[in-house]
Design a protein around this ligand. Structure first.
Ligand SMILES: Cc1cc2nc3c(=O)[nH]c(=O)nc-3n(C[C@H](O)[C@H](O)[C@H](O)COP(=O)(O)O)c2cc1C
Length: 177
């Protein structure tokens, strides 16, 4: 494991919102999905489901629905959860965390492939969720966490952490680290 490479990827991951028209090829899409499905999930349920959208009209409709997602990318992946496969209701409550872990892996995989990406929130926004649900043809047992727009970047952002020692405490909340 190359320590430097993993930190470099985490700091290089930035929200990219401007893209070229160049499509993302299927091999790269599959690589991102493999990374997504390497994520941890509560009791390893892996309820995540991934809807890959490349249809131009559908991408346009997504952009119309998302108030902060007017982003011209050639690809969107919606990270969803099949709520019907959870055996225990208490575990199903972790669907957001499971799908978020998968989402972060997609964002990092995009960095590794030289692509850019941005996570656009869907859940838990009541005015957006049902519209995305309908547009993507999700069955009643499936929830969408987000839309990740992905493409070849047409903007550059500096790598960075937002490390702030004031947000870290030692042994008891409020005690400086
Ligand atoms: C749950 C969540 C929802 C987000 N929704 C949007 C969104 O709707 N539109 C957007 O442009 N960015 C969205 N973002 C991206 C954030 O704005 C971005 O991560 C933040 O400004 C920090 O910038 P960075 O990603 O470049 O580090 C979202 C991020 C998260 C984690």
């Amino acid at each position: 494991m190359n320590k430097h490479a993993i930190f470099e990827a985490m700091y290089a991951r930035r929200s990219i919102r401007k893209f070229t028209d160049e499509p993302v090829d299927d091999v790269q899409i599959e690589e991102m999905l493999k990374a997504a499905m390497a994520a941890p999930s509560a009791t390893n349920t892996q309820a995540w489901r991934f809807l890959v959208v490349q249809d131009a009209a559908k991408l346009d409709s997504i952009r119309k629905i998302l108030p902060f997602g007017k982003i011209n990318a050639p690809l969107a992946i919606s990270v969803c959860a099949d709520m019907s496969i959870f055996k225990r209701p208490v575990v199903s409550r972790f669907w957001v965390q499971d799908c978020s872990a998968a989402t972060q892996n997609i964002l990092l995989a995009a960095v590794g492939l030289g692509l850019g990406a941005v996570w656009c929130g869907v859940h838990p926004i009541p005015v957006i969720e049902p519209r995305i649900h309908k547009l993507l043809g999700l069955p009643a047992n499936v929830k969408a966490l987000n839309i990740i727009f992905i493409g070849h970047p047409a903007e550059e952002k500096e790598a960075r952490t937002q490390y702030d020692a004031k947000k870290v405490f030692r042994d008891q909340y409020g005690v400086d680290w």
